[in-house]
Write a protein that binds this ligand. Structure first.
Ligand code: GCV
Length: 860
């Protein structure tokens, strides 16, 4: 009586590709078909001639060397001597436009390149066959080199190459929410690559490699510390340490910037005030900024989170965000630095009794009256949605509310509300919906969000893209290997927000895994469907992620959104659900949008279904555009989403041996986990709404689990039943826990003899590694440890986890038991057992044994 459980198929597969370095990410430089890149008649270069000697150009030439070696097995000769190099006729030449024109005046192009842009050309001149990488400046040359390498990785022919590109906006930065102690707020991939125990790390190799990855997609800035900033980082001794990070970034043209706390003049400067209008405060900031530039001459600027979630800010002195921002802006101006002032300013002590109170209004209310008051080197950094990175939000109305102010969009790469890199969610399609939203600003031809943040709509000199990345020391940088498509996608969109999600996903897949058609098709499909799937089993119709809002933002925790000051209310009662944000009867939020968009959101008829509950409060029986009721939509999408999450597993399994083994198993483990956790989400949400609405599921699924046996209903030896909070995160609201050395829960199997999958739903708390053993008639058939570090020490929606033992032969009358052995603070908790006919998984390992008697020729 044996099984194939996940542990049994984690061994390397013969013939599978050898492991590659996961840290290389999309710069894997897998071998390509050279003949596709250099078809007959096109010469492959032997030499790279570097015309400039800046650190950035040196990186560019080195990268070409590295890429050619990996992808084409060609070791390029690196040369800086034009005369010497000219002896070779097949050359890559890299330099700035100025350097190239000085080298060969005939190559000068009339049309100047845009800052940080580049031109890639193949030129045949006499005997010479040249691939020219020409940057507007050093960064342009580096971006050109990376682009050329991407073309090679995609096996695009370089014959008659003529590609001119420039970034969409000046600011293309990541924010890292790293703390000096080495922890990372909302980081899900290990500890900081910059800090440890209060100091900057000695080893800067990961910081340097990170800058290389960022540069490869055109990102030119990185803010290294949490926006909930620790003022001590501005102390002189810390600035000297931070300068080492800037030095690691410099060869890749990535400017370092810092999050600052507005109260720094008081906290570390010993002033009695931090009032931005006090002359001594302005003087303190000037001196501090001068000191920063002494240590870091190419410092990018500062980011400010103020008057938000407990952070100090100008409000304390009756001053405005503009007054605060400008003090810093004036100190930075002489050095060419910028201020990114976050629009995420809101009151988290809102009165939930007040039907007019609305957190979504805060950004617009706090900033739009200040339009025109910000200095030219200030950029207001606005989260894509008005709340906080939910699985679905409309775009922030503030984008259209500032006509005389520079703006940047803040996107979240780290998956705080979207599965924390344990669930697969490719966020690019979500970001695209924000960037491609037409704000219908009156009188403006171009007013999509992407036009606004790139400065085109309101003719602003500056603007851009900020991505909250939170990479960590994990080998895969973001934990989930496929999550790197989000970092890649952020960079590509910042460079060119018109790119489609499908283009970005396919580029990333090809760069990471090569050009195999099967791999591309499977990975692209997984990526492109993933946001929709996640949305289906989490938050419906724009209501929000339905996660534990006042906790870790991971698993389900539906009611946590209600009746507190944080303002992420869903206003669900027995009759209906949703925030009434209309002008007519609600909070008036919709009135913050330009008229065209406001008209669409204001009426139920025109409001898109996916934003319905963000904009309106409706009864559960309200019918959507396809006539389905809201409640039935909630039921159906949660079932569909969980089913789709499960199907990701066999899709990925088709790639065994086609992607590096380690990545294959890392992804497989997570997809299996996600399939289980999506059921936790599904059940929590549908049961909660079932109880709240009292309306049955048309299809009879909700509350009806014929294959399930609750642990508390089993025969318990030493296990004791407990109530779980919130109730919807455990089946039947209860589980069992063990407070002695070992406990058991048993049941008799009374169904027909046959092959079954046995799923055990248990809770895997952050600390402790309880052991579970599944026995049939006293024989152990599977054993596993609850040794994950999920983000909770309680039995709840974060920790509920599923382990499935596949293809178990069961006879009617068998006795099934789970033996739990607690560990430390983890009492081996069990929720339920679910026994379903065997799914016939391809992973099955058939064993000789009693099963042969049951289905002698059963073929999986
Ligand atoms: C860094 C959300 C997150 C916080 C984060 C904040 C912000 O509220 O949960 O961790 O703080 O956004 O963006 O400032």
């Amino acid at each position: 009586m044996l099984v194939s459980a996940s542990v049994l198929f984690a061994s390397p597969v013969p013939g599978a590709r050898q492991p590659v370095d996961p840290q290389a990410a999309w710069l894997a430089y897998n071998a390509v078909d050279a003949q596709r890149v250099f078809p007959a008649g096109t010469a492959m270069p032997n030499t790279v001639l570097r015309l400039g000697d800046s650190a950035v150009e040196i990186s560019a030439a080195d990268e070409l060397h590295r890429g050619f070696e990996g992808m084409l097995h060609r070791i390029l000769r690196l040369d800086t001597d034009a005369v010497q190099a000219s002896k070779d006729h097949d050359l890559i030449v890299i330099g700035t436009a100025k350097e190239i024109a000085a080298w060969r005046p005939s190559l000068r192009e009339k049309k100047p390149l845009q800052p940080e842009g580049f031109r890639l050309r193949s030129v045949v001149a006499g005997k010479d066959s040249l691939l020219i990488v020409e940057g507007a400046d050093e960064r342009g040359a580096l971006y050109g080199a990376f682009t050329l390498l991407r073309m090679i990785a995609e096996e695009r022919p370089l014959t008659q190459l003529d590609d001119v590109e420039a970034p969409s906006a000046a600011v293309r930065w990541t924010n890292e929410w790293d703390n000096p102690d080495g922890s990372i707020e909302r980081g899900y991939a290990g500890r900081s690559i910059f800090f440890d125990k209060g100091d900057v790390r000695q080893d800067m190799s990961r910081a340097r490699e990170y800058a290389r990855l960022l540069a490869s997609v055109g990102i030119n800035g990185c803010t290294i510390n949490n926006v909930n900033a620790d003022p001590s980082l501005l102390r002189p001794e810390k600035l000297a340490e931070i300068a080492r990070i800037a030095a690691a970034f410099r060869p890749y043209g990535v400017k370092l910037s810092l999050s600052i706390a507005m109260n720094s003049p008081q906290a570390i400067g010993r002033l009695s005030t931090f009032d931005p209008l006090a002359p001594e405060v302005a003087a303190w900031w000037r001196a501090k900024v001068d000191e920063i530039y002494k240590a870091i001459p190419d410092f990018g600027g500062v980011i400010i989170k103020a008057d938000s979630e407990g952070q100090p800010g100008p409000l304390q002195y009756g001053r405005t965000p503009a007054e605060a921002a400008n003090v810093l802006a004036r100190a930075l101006k002489p050095h060419g630095g910028v201020v990114l002032y976050r629009g995420f300013v809101y009151n988290h002590h809102l009165d939930w009794h007040d039907p007019k109170a609305d957190r979504a209004r805060a950004g617009y209310d706090n900033f739009h009256t200040l339009d025109g008051q910000f200095d030219d080197n200030v950029i207001v950094q606005i989260k894509n949605g008005p709340i906080d990175f939910q699985v679905r939000e409309p775009v922030s109305p503030l984008f259209a509310g500032l006509h005389k102010t520079n703006e940047a969009i803040e996107l979240q790469i780290t998956q705080e509300y979207t599965g924390q890199q344990r669930h697969l969610v490719f966020l690019v399609p979500m970001w695209k919906t924000a960037l491609d939203t037409d704000m219908h600003v009156s009188g403006m031809r171009y007013s999509m969000v992407r036009d606004i943040v790139t400065g085109r709509t309101f003719r602003r000199p500056m603007g851009g893209f900020v991505g909250v990345a939170n990479v960590g020391l994990d080998d895969y940088w973001l934990g989930h290997p496929l999550a790197m498509a989000n970092l890649y996608g952020f960079g590509r969109l910042a460079w060119d927000p018109v790119l489609s999600s499908a283009t970005i996903s396919d580029e990333w897949t090809r760069l990471t895994f090569g050009n195999d058609a099967d791999v591309r098709s499977v990975v692209d499909t997984l990526l492109l469907n993933s946001w929709h799937i996640y949305e289906e089993y989490t938050g419906p119709l724009g209501v929000g992620t339905l996660t534990d809002i006042i906790g870790v933002h991971y698993g389900p925790g539906i009611e946590s959104a209600e009746r507190n000051g944080w303002g992420q209310w869903i206003r669900a009662d027995h009759n209906g659900i949703g925030m009434d944000r209309t002008v007519a009867t609600g909070t008036g939020y919709i009135g913050q949008y330009p008229a065209g968009l406001a008209a669409e959101y204001e009426t139920l008829k025109a409001c898109p279904d996916e934003l319905l509950l963000f904009m309106h409060h409706v009864p559960y029986t309200y019918r959507l555009h396809d006539h389905k009721t809201v409640i039935q939509y909630i039921y159906d999408t949660h079932y569909a989403g969980a089913t789709a999450a499960a199907v990701q597993v066999p899709a990925w399994e088709t790639l065994e041996g086609k992607v590096p083994d380690r990545t294959y198993f890392e992804v497989l483990r997570r997809l299996n986990y996600q399939a289980g956790h999506s059921l936790v989400w599904r059940d929590a949400v549908v049961n909660w709404f079932h109880r709240m609405s009292g309306i049955a599921d048309d299809k009879g699924r909700v509350g009806n689990y014929p294959d399930r046996t609750e642990a508390e209903a089993m025969q318990l030896e030493r296990y004791v039943p407990v109530a779980v909070t919130p109730w919807e995160t455990a089946s039947g609201g209860k589980a069992v826990v063990c407070h002695t050395a070992s406990c058991s829960a048993s049941m008799g199997f009374t169904r027909a003899t046959g092959w079954y999958d046995i799923a055990v739903q248990y809770f895997d708390l952050r600390e402790g590694a309880s052991r579970f053993t599944l026995e049939v008639n006293g024989t152990a058939i599977d054993t596993w440890k609850a040794d994950d570090t999920l983000p909770s020490q309680k039995l709840d929606g974060h920790t509920s986890t599923r382990h499935t033992s596949h293809d178990v032969a069961l006879h009617s009358g068998d006795r099934i038991s789970i033996i739990g052995v607690p560990d430390g603070k983890e009492p081996a908790p069990i929720d339920y057992l679910e026994i379903t006919p065997a799914s016939g998984s391809e992973r099955s390992v058939r064993r000789k044994g009693p099963q042969e008697e049951i289905h002698g020729n059963k073929d999986h």
